[in-house]
Design a protein around this ligand. Structure first.
Ligand SMILES: Nc1ncnc2c1ncn2[C@@H]1O[C@H](COP(=O)(O)OP(=O)(O)OP(=O)(O)O)[C@@H](O)[C@H]1O
Ligand SMILES: [Mg+2]
Length: 257
């Protein structure tokens, strides 16, 4: 499969801390890549760099032959990269549909005049938008919650709604930061089903950060392991499970916690 995203020498310092240090890895088209490593390894920072929430000190992020490193977040999401957050970022006091709509508005740009005048093209687009929101909610099997306030919903449903919101951007690449964190086994399995659907039916390439090794080992075609901001291993799940450096890092983490 061709390379969709290539990360070279990516580096981010916070003061004296090298959170990400000369990191290299690539994402192939149609791939489900796992990004794992102990707490504080730099995983979320990598997502923040890819999505433009942080600017790198050095390095390149080549996506569809453009270096997107340092671009503004809205430009990166418009180019085809969407994400979810480790800590759910839904707006309380708003329904599921209201939480998802802004993601669509980000994609569809109206002129101010057409939205004030409610022109036929504006109304048509709004109807089309609702139809697409319904499609995405139905794909994630959360249609029944569309008009409920997000804070009233179980955590497992909120996680799926976060994914729905990211999908409204119709991304080529989806970055999932610990999508099964805080979920029970059944809810985690539902998320796995969703991810598999995205890969196989929607041809979206996915990078997933996870601490749940059962999930990672069962769904990823390839895994990148990072520790202290650096890649320590890359390979297929069975290779990673046997890798001595990976075992050492994970055992070290267990002893210190
Ligand atoms: N905005 C920031 N300012 C300062 N330090 C930060 C910032 N973001 C992350 N760090 C530090 O960078 C390091 C990497 O953090 P990061 O959140 O990327 O780790 P992680 O691998 O996602 O960990 P976890 O598995 O716990 O989510 C940590 O030491 C963290 O404290
Ligand atoms: Mg993290």
């Amino acid at each position: 499969m061709p390379v969709l995203m290539q990360i070279n020498e990516l580096t981010k310092h916070f003061g004296g801390l090298k959170a990400v240090s000369s990191l290299d890895f690539e994402l192939h088209q149609g791939e489900l890549l796992g990004l794992i490593g102990p707490n504080g390894a730099g995983k979320t920072t990598v997502f923040n760099l890819i999505t433009g929430l942080l600017k790198p000190n050095a390095g390149r992020i080549l996506f569809r032959e453009k270096n997107i490193a340092g671009w503004a977040p809205h430009r990166i999401s418009a180019s085809g990269i969407a994400r979810t957050f480790q800590n759910i970022r839904l707006m309380s006091g708003m329904t599921v549909r209201e939480n998802i709509r802004p993601a669509f508005h980000q994609k569809i740009k109206y002129s101010l005049l057409s939205s004030i005048m409610k022109t036929p093209s504006f109304i048509h687009t709004e109807i089309e938008m609702d139809r697409r929101i319904n499609d995405v909610l139905s794909m994630l099997q959360v249609s029944e919650f569309a008009d409920q306030y997000v804070e009233d919903l179980p955590y497992g449903i909120q996680r799926r709604i976060e994914i729905a919101r990211a999908l409204c951007l119709e991304p080529m690449v989806l970055l999932l930061d610990e999508p099964t964190a805080g979920l029970n086994q059944k809810e985690a399995e539902q998320i796995v089903e969703v991810i598999n659907h995205l890969l196989h039916e929607k041809s979206i390439s996915v990078v997933v950060i996870e601490h749940n090794m059962r999930v990672i080992m069962s769904i990823c075609s390839r895994i990148v392991v990072i520790n202290q901001g650096q890649v320590i291993a890359t390979g297929m799940p069975e290779e990673i499970q046997k890798n001595k450096e990976v075992i050492r890092v994970y055992l070290g983490e267990k002893r210190s916690t």
